[in-house]
Design a protein around this ligand. Structure first.
Ligand SMILES: CC(C)(COP(=O)(O)OP(=O)(O)OC[C@H]1O[C@@H](n2cnc3c(N)ncnc32)[C@H](O)[C@@H]1OP(=O)(O)O)[C@@H](O)C(=O)NCCC(=O)NCCS
Length: 215
């Protein structure tokens, strides 16, 4: 039945990581295919087809029982673009969330959200639609993670931090309490963020300083 089917957007390493998260959640058997903009005929990942976007959209165009979709592309603009394409075509989204998370203690968890293994959320956290929290992150109380934002492995986010939409947080980043990270900002790996970060800037270092004003 199509309603049980899952589609992963992406065919690269993030998609592979997501496959393994779903395997641990005992849901990998429901994955119908991976999908990307273009795909060579016969391409496979983990034995499953990697199909091009138009093929999948066409296949389910008149179906009332479309598979559920999740984004797993490392490039935030590409991930967002393909998610939006599937949303416009009437597809819904599913979450892939490690069982370590106490969902009932959180304020809001959106759709199309990934929270990978060994990540912890304390209380009152909001994770907006299509955000990704990669492995081994610690997210403290009252944090907001914006739409399409991606948090790389091993980040530590302190209480009352607001991360706006489409932010990239590199591996091992630390953010101290009550910081706001502006939309589209890019936090380089290993940074310690001690001041608010303006939108669309790149910051790096300990303490983090602005390295680029537009990305
Ligand atoms: C931010 C990043 C993408 C580099 O971006 P970039 O736009 O190519 O930046 P550049 O290499 O031009 O570097 C710009 C400046 O930032 C500095 N810089 C870049 N990354 C840095 C880092 N992680 N820590 C400290 N300084 C860094 C560079 O030394 C350079 O400084 P300078 O202008 O004083 O010489 C990369 O360094 C990074 O941290 N990526 C994170 C990747 C990651 O965590 N991936 C996880 C995927 S699961």
């Amino acid at each position: 039945m199509a309603g049980d089917k899952l589609i992963i957007i992406g065919g690269g390493r993030h998609a592979l990581e997501l496959y393994h998260l779903l395997e641990e959640l005992d849901r990998s058997q429901f994955i119908y295919c991976f999908v990307q903009d273009e795909a060579a005929p016969g391409l496979k990942l983990q034995g499953l087809p990697v199909l091009d976007r138009e093929t999948v959209l066409h296949q389910f165009s008149s179906s009332d029982d479309k598979p559920k979709v999740i984004g797993a592309i490392g490039s935030i603009p590409d991930n967002k673009r393909l998610i939006n394409t599937f949303e416009a075509a009437g597809f819904g989204f599913f979450n892939a969330i490690t069982e370590d998370i106490a969902l009932k203690r959180q304020k809001f968890i959106g759709e199309g959200v990934t929270i990978a293994q060994k990540s912890m959320l304390t209380v009152n956290v909001s994770i907006m639609n299509h955000a990704v929290v990669n492995i081994g992150c610690n997210i403290s109380h009252d944090v907001v993670v914006g739409e399409y934002t991606q948090i790389s492995p091993g980040a530590n986010i302190a209480g009352h931090v607001i991360i706006e939409d489409e932010v990239f947080i590199g591996a091992g980043v630390t953010i101290i309490p009550r910081i706001r990270i502006g939309k589209g900002a890019y936090i380089a790996a290993g940074a310690c963020v001690t001041k608010d970060v303006p939108p669309f800037t790149m910051v790096a270092g300990v303490p983090a300083v602005i390295k680029k004003y537009s990305i």
